[in-house]
Design a protein. Structure first.
Length: 237
């Protein structure tokens, strides 16, 4: 989810009306100052939490090819937020489906030589493997690790001209971890249909909601075209 800065571009018609160029009037919302970062993603997350949702993780989408900005008094924005929210304390989450590669321990790194202490205060100097596993300090020899919460993914562009198109590789981990095979993915802002296509590729079903008729046509055409061309899907259609 992207953020916005509070800004007032000068005298305009009343808020919510349009000027002669068809632009909606923009005024600084109450409680903000000109140039304030509004913190919209976090305001939404905290509002949902207050409404009863469980806020389990804030994930940073690091845009490795972020667009430059003509600003000289702050860093260029190169990230957006994804939030893992659930309706109940226990929920479906397949961590093993989205593990990421890591370097396995080698040589002396496997022996825990040196000194230190567990959270219990017990020393782990030359401790046994069983002791390390009991205290959660076992060495990773699998070559994979639990997925981290900063995801470096390049922004994607779709020729259909939808301005907020997410790259499939950003959506894929959410689908794989958040729904079982043949499970249903809900996209309440369907846009160009990237989430639906990625869900089909990963053997999930989807429900898409979109208010803009042009985007409905765009996503339907895109999905039908992919199915006709034999999209590689794990789902029986």
């Amino acid at each position: 989810m992207g953020d916005s800065y509070a800004a007032d571009s000068g005298p305009q018609p009343p808020a919510g009306t349009r000027n002669k160029h068809g632009h909606t009037a923009r005024h600084i919302p109450q409680g903000f100052k000109n140039k304030d970062l509004m913190g919209i993603p976090w305001r939404l997350a905290l509002a949902l939490q207050e409404d009863g949702w469980y806020l389990r993780s804030d994930i940073i989408w690091h845009k490795t090819n972020a667009m430059p900005e003509s600003v000289h008094d702050r860093p260029t924005r190169a990230h957006e937020y994804l939030f893992l929210l659930t309706r109940r304390e226990k929920y479906y989450y397949n961590a093993s489906a989205i593990v990421e590669p890591c370097t396995a321990a080698k040589g002396n790194a496997r022996s825990f030589r040196g000194s230190g202490a567990y959270t219990t205060g017990a020393s782990f100097h030359n401790s046994t493997t069983k002791e390390r596993e009991t205290h959660g300090n076992s060495v990773n020899e699998s070559g994979v690790r639990n997925k981290r919460d900063v995801w470096p993914v390049a922004a994607a562009h779709f020729d259909g001209a939808h301005f907020a198109n997410f790259p499939p590789e950003l959506i894929r981990p959410c689908i794989l971890a958040g729904a079982p095979p043949a499970g249903v993915i809900l996209d309440p802002f369907m846009g160009s249909g990237t989430t639906a296509l990625t869900a089909l590729e990963e053997g999930r079903r989807f429900i898409g909601i979109e208010l803009n008729p042009e985007y409905v046509k765009l996503s339907a055409a895109r999905i039908n075209n992919a199915l006709q061309q034999g999209i590689q899907t794990k789902l029986e259609i």
